[in-house]
Structure formats: structure tokens, C-alpha cells
Design a protein around this ligand. Structure first.
Ligand code: FAD
Length: 391
């Protein structure tokens, strides 16, 4: 029987993309394979991301996917941002997280919370040439993010910020920071406030860059606020509403971490499948052994399940339907299966899998962070359990 026509009213299978989405996906896939792939290994070894590649991200419109055209962006959907993160991460998860933080966290937060003047000031830059970073975590406040020690003193026309942020992705390259500080510590989390900070603001500096196990080409740095002077008009949302900005932004951002992880897992499966076809033992390709076939089949099934979770959460978000639990499940499950897929891909490769001559050891190192940032696996499970128990 020929496939039925997809009509406006018929439910669309989650993995079937619109024509626009297909075009977008294939252009990002081609870009990632042709332009990013040749540099992946050298960037991992150097622990630094090429500036010219970031310029190409901007030129391709990949840093302003959801920003409306009137601000110089692509006017695309959140789902397209998810597709971009998946495709890029299938080539390099470090490249994926740069695009992820820019689009699904920083641009996304401004589109939702910024005033018209703030949008006019910053969105064109974010679409054109300015890398963004999201600064919530500190040394003593990670999962318990709103216990932050960074303070914002209200001085009338401006605020003075003091403290240190830690683990800030994109910080080495960023010109713009969405940063959270507490302006009313006596009010607890209801004092947390979101500030829009330019790299050149007095009293702001980027500190130590971490030397990491994986995602090595993506910068992760400390930020130092030493009487950093931030104009009052750079408060985003109300003073004391920053916790809402942070939570709502992370709820969406974690769908994109799911996308990063399915991209990574897909790469692990592709490498494992190719190797299983070519490697011979006992006079046969190892892919002819049922033990190896079953590993590949399990990986493929788990990746498909994770993709459906990620795509569904993204589609719910674009449809303005509740997606909190679905996003937590997508991030939790994708990061679990990505680590497993990368580990299994190494096993399928045997000894060479743990050498740097093959790409799977890097995927294994890159996978580890998926269960940690934007809410650890335990924090995702807490979110899911709260829904189950009606809390
Ligand atoms: C490479 C990298 C990039 C990052 N990028 C950013 C960024 O751009 N911006 C930003 O703001 N932050 C960023 N982070 C910080 C990241 O979000 C935190 O590391 C993460 O939220 C965990 O916080 P923590 O490291 O303090 O761990 P902790 O909160 O100390 O957690 C330690 C362990 O305790 C568990 N735990 C904690 N509380 C509970 C609980 N209530 N119930 C059960 N278990 C619990 C955790 O699951 C974890 O296993 C990044 C981190 C890394 C490593």
C-alpha cells in the first residue's frame, strides 16, 4: 500500500519532518560534516574551539535560529534549534553545545523575558556576531542553584555585582552573559535577579578555563564580578523574578541537551556499525556474529526511543503545551543511553576503541557531561517524581 498523504488534520508521526525542517536538517548536516568534522580531533586535543568556525555558525544563521527576522535572525522554530543541535553534535558535541547555549538558553530567554528595548539592543548582535553564555552556577551552588552567593546591590541607576560564577559554557568566546545574582538576599530565592551583561562592563572578567575530561573544545570558565557596574535597564524581568527566568529557560534548554546526546549516540552507533562491517575475526566480519548484532540493535532501539522523547518535548514546547515532565524525561533518558551507546561502541571496536586513532573514545568522554549539566540525572528524576506524586 502506498504511504497515505500527510494532511493538515492527520496526526504527523513524530519522526516525520516538514519540508522546511528536512531542508534545514540536511543543510546543517552537510555543514557539520564538511566544515566542522575536519577540525574535531585537533580542537579536542587543543582544548579550544576555532574562531573561524564560530564565524561560520553566525554566517549560516545557526546562532539566531529562533530570533525573528526583524532582528536579523532566521525566524525559525525551537524544533529547528533542536534539529541543529542534534546534527552538529553527531559530528562534535562541543560544537553542539555552543549552538545549544546560544539558541535554546540565551536567545530563548531574551525572546521571552526581555523588554522591547533590550531585544532591540541585543538580539541583532546575538544573531550576527556575539556569542552568549548563561551564568547561574557557582562553586557552592550547583543543583541548589538559588543558594547563590553572588550579590547585586541596588544603587539607583545601576547595580553593583560581586561574586564568582563557575562552569560557564561559552565564556571564553562570549561577548554577552545572561547572569543571575541575588538583589535581595533576605528574600531567599525571591531575590534572584537576571542581568544582561556585556563583556566590557567595568568590574567584569572571565577567569580560569577548566581542563576537562570531555567536551574539551567547548570553553567552561569562571566569571569574576568585582563591583561590576550594570545599568538598571539591563535587569531582565523584574528584580526578584530571576528564579522564574532561570527555571523556565533551563526547562527548555534541557530538551536541547537531549538533542546533543541523541546526536552523540547516533555517531557512536554509526561508527560501531561501520566497524562491525569491516573488522574480521574467525574469518568473518564481526557484524555477522549475533552477539555483536544484538548490541547494535539495542543501541538503535534506545536511540530511537530517546529521539522520540526529545522531538515530542520540543514539539510540545512549540505548540505552547505543558512539557516540563517530558523535557526532564528526554534529558534524563538521552544522556543515559548516550553514555551507554558510546561505551558499547568502544566495546564493538575492541582494543582500538580506546585509542585516539578512532573517534569513539572521544564520544565516551563527551557523553559523561550529559548526566551532569542543566540539572543532573537525579534532578531530572526529582522533577518526574514530583509530577507522579502530585507535589
Ligand atoms: C562542562 C560543564 C558545563 C557547564 N555549563 C554551565 C553553564 O553554562 N552555566 C551554568 O550556570 N552552569 C553550568 N554548569 C554547571 C552545572 O549545571 C552543574 O555542575 C550541575 O548543575 C551540578 O551541580 P554541581 O556540579 O554543583 O553538583 P552538585 O549539585 O554538588 O551535585 C553532586 C551530586 O549530588 C547529587 N544531588 C544534589 N542534590 C541532590 C538532590 N536533592 N537529590 C538527589 N541527588 C542530589 C547530584 O545529582 C550529583 O550527583 C556546567 C558544568 C559543567 C561540568
Amino acid at each position: 500500500m502506498p504511504p497515505a498523504e500527510l494532511t493538515e488534520t492527520a496526526p504527523r508521526p513524530l519522526s516525520v519532518l516538514t519540508e522546511d525542517e528536512k531542508l534545514f536538517q540536511s543543510s546543517v548536516r552537510q555543514f557539520a560534516r564538511e566544515r566542522i568534522r575536519p577540525h574535531v580531533r585537533a580542537m579536542d586535543e587543543a582544548g579550544a574551539f576555532r574562531k573561524d568556525l564560530i564565524e561560520q555558525f553566525f554566517a549560516m544563521g545557526l546562532m539566531g535560529i529562533e530570533i525573528p527576522e526583524e532582528y536579523g535572525g532566521q525566524g525559525g522554530s525551537f524544533f529547528q534549534a533542536i534539529l541543529a543541535v542534534e546534527e552538529i553534535s553527531a559530528v562534535d558535541p562541543s560544537a553542539g553545545v555552543i549552538v545549544d547555549v546560544q539558541n535554546t538558553i540565551c536567545n530563548n530567554a531574551l525572546l521571552r523575558w526581555a523588554t522591547p528595548a533590550q531585544k532591540a539592543m541585543y538580539l541583532p548582535r546575538l544573531a550576527e556576531n556575539t556569542v552568549a553564555a548563561y551564568a547561574l552556577s557557582e562553586a557552592s551552588s550547583g543543583s541548589d542553584a538559588f543558594a547563590m552567593a553572588t550579590r547585586a546591590e541596588d544603587c539607583g541607576g545601576h547595580f553593583l555585582l560581586n561574586g564568582r560564577k563557575m562552569w560557564i559554557t561559552n565564556a571564553a568566546e562570549a561577548g554577552f552573559f545572561l547572569l543571575f545574582a541575588n538583589a535581595k538576599p533576605e528574600a531567599g530565592y525571591r531575590g534572584v535577579t537576571a542581568f544582561l551583561i556585556e563583556r566590557g562592563f567595568p568590574g567584569f572578567s572571565v577567569g580560569k578555563k577548566e581542563d576537562k575530561l570531555g567536551l574539551r573544545a567547548s570553553s567552561t570558565c569562571e566569571l569574576i564580578l568585582d563591583n561590576c557596574r550594570v545599568p538598571r535597564e539591563n535587569v531582565m524581568g523584574e528584580v526578584g523574578q530571576g528564579y522564574k527566568v532561570a527555571i523556565e529557560t533551563l526547562n527548555e534548554g534541557r530538551i536541547a541537551i537531549g538533542a546533543q546526546m541523541i546526536g552523540l549516540a547516533r555517531a557512536a552507533l554509526d561508527h560501531a556499525t561501520a566497524y562491525a562491517r569491516e573488522r574480521k575475526q574467525f574469518g568473518r566480519a564481526i557484524g555477522e556474529f549475533q552477539g555483536v548484532q544484538f548490541e547494535l540493535a539495542r543501541m538503535a532501539t534506545e536511540i530511537e526511543a530517546a529521539r522520540l522523547l526529545v522531538y515530542n518535548a520540543a514539539r510540545l514546547r512549540d505548540a505552547h503545551l505543558p512539557f516540563l515532565t517530558e523535557a526532564a524525561m528526554a534529558k534524563y533518558y538521552s544522556s543515559e543511553i548516550a553514555e551507554k551507546a558510546a561505551s558499547k561502541a568502544i566495546e564493538v571496536h575492541g582494543g582500538v576503541g580506546i585509542t585516539k586513532d578512532y573517534p569513539v573514545e572521544k564520544l565516551y568522554r563527551d557523553a559523561k557531561i550529559g548526566r551532569i549539566y542543566e540539572g543532573t540525572s537525579n534532578i531530572q528524576l526529582l522533577t518526574i517524581a514530583k509530577k507522579l506524586l502530585g507535589k
